[in-house]
Design a binder for this molecule. Sequence first.
Ligand code: SF4
Ligand code: SF4
Length: 285
Amino acid sequence: MMKEGGSVLLVGVGGQGVVLASAIVAETALRAGWDVKQSEVHGMSQRGGVVSSHLRFGQRVYSPLVEIGQADAVVAMEWNEGLRAMPYLRRGAPLIINLQRVIPPGACRNRLSGESTYPALALEALADQVGDVRACDAGEIAREVGSAKALNAVLLGVLAPVMPFPEEAWLASLADHAPKGTSAANELAFLAGQALRYPDETHAQAARAALSPNGLHGQARPPRLEVIEAWCKGRACEICVRACPEWCLAIDGSAAVRVVRPEACTGCRLCELLCPDFAIEVHTA
Ligand code: SF4
Ligand code: SF4
């Protein structure tokens, strides 16, 4: 297939760098001399919604859309989105999947214990269905090399050996697209992903990730909430105060919302997702 060209589907949720990763793959293919078409869907990405990007390369490409059963690789930055994208895989093609789970507030049954209706990390069952599963804890690997945000570069490193592009093309495209000051961290993350060995490291990482049922990946400290006071409508709104299941937020006569019970925050992100003014950010890393 790769002599004629290929198809890649990249999926994830808002903030994981799906669109940037897809742009890097597209530029790498161009540098390697292929014609490329790419498209993306990111309607509610700023609210943690689903993001996907289709990409096809070949001698001459007329449409970017990857048909069901035709992807030569699926790169999933989030576990559940990877499961949803499985039908796109060509038989025998690899599913490159991050072990990170972004559990939507609506799927939580008990935020503190992590009980939810979200699909479990059933790696062996997935391998039975797909065959070639290249799973890793991309967020953790990115953190280890210096930048938690470089998780998309880790997954591109996992993708690189199955694509017909030279390493120099990958590294040059990464350097072109890396946000200012993050070039070195992105390159390290890419190389770390490229060096992973399957399935041994996959199973070891899955076992560690499964110990974190709430998807927060061994986070030792409570989430940190950041309120951008200039954007908060305060008493005229109060949506986050009423929505927070743990009563962490209050207004109490102040112009903007305040965090009054930081120790009770479970990092569910309901306040961040429901704020109409993007005035709250929940940092869990
Ligand atoms: S939902 Fe947003 S705008 Fe409304 S009170 Fe909360 S932080 Fe302020
Ligand atoms: S403050 Fe926000 S993130 Fe923390 S528990 Fe309340 S709604 Fe969830």
